[in-house]
Design a protein around this ligand. Sequence first.
Ligand code: RIB
Length: 304
Amino acid sequence: MGADELVVVGAINVDLVVAAPRLPGPGETVVGPGVERYGGGKGANAAVAAARAGARVHLIAAIGDDDTGDTALAELRHDHVTTDHVVRLAGTPTGVALIVVDPDGENQIAVGAGANAALTAAHVRAAVGALVPRAGCVLVSTEIPGDAIEAAVRTATDAGVPCVLNPAPVVPAVERLLGFGPIVTPNRTELFDLVDGAASDTARAARRIGERTGAPVIVTLGGDGALVVPVDGPPSMVPAHAVQVRDTTGAGDTFNGVLAAAIASGRPLAEAVDDAMAAAALSVGAIGARAGMPDAAAIATFRH
Ligand code: RIB
């Protein structure tokens, strides 16, 4: 068996979603017809996207010892995500995200981190260390403590395994970890947060990050596509697919999960980005972070 499995380190949430006529402003109440419950969390979402795309995926994360945690685990296992390294923390609730989605598919999200905030660096270091011999890529997102993020990136890169770091949200640990050489995948807002105003356009800002990582930088730009800035050579724009948008929640997670799955299996970066773009486009067609995530066959059909 080759080292082609994917290790994902990040958060597991339950998403409570209200589809409303518009997003609320400060102090404003908006009313939708009901509230729906979906599986969420950037780590768990990316793990599911990668598994549906055909990868063998291990998730390293934390949940509470509550019913919500039971449901979250069952959903992940249903999608063939290996959860042996998901810890259950007594007396701690599973993370919850409160999400409002408007008719254009835009969203607002507030997360109560719960168990995600108690994921320890020691657990992450041990779990990533046990899995890296068979891993082709480690994907890390940042809704977990900074020292757990650091443990994941450093353990992967010390072992020479490609690491994708999705800085969603941008936290201080991300800046500290650029020198370890991860492939960083910010959206436009996260990119400019990371360079802290030191560059005025997207390509220059991404180049600044790439100079620090010595690795490709991929900026996701929603309906405008993605900008790929290689280590050497000019940046290239990958156009977005034209699709009907119902809910953009989880589109970035889908992109990262499918990108990392393709990298884990040894595919060239350009092909990995094409797959990730196709999967992200398909993912926005249904309400709920994981509801529209495609399988490998759907990705392959949509790409061509
Ligand atoms: O990226 C979307 C995810 O962000 C949601 O599923 C929510 O749980 C938050 O983590």
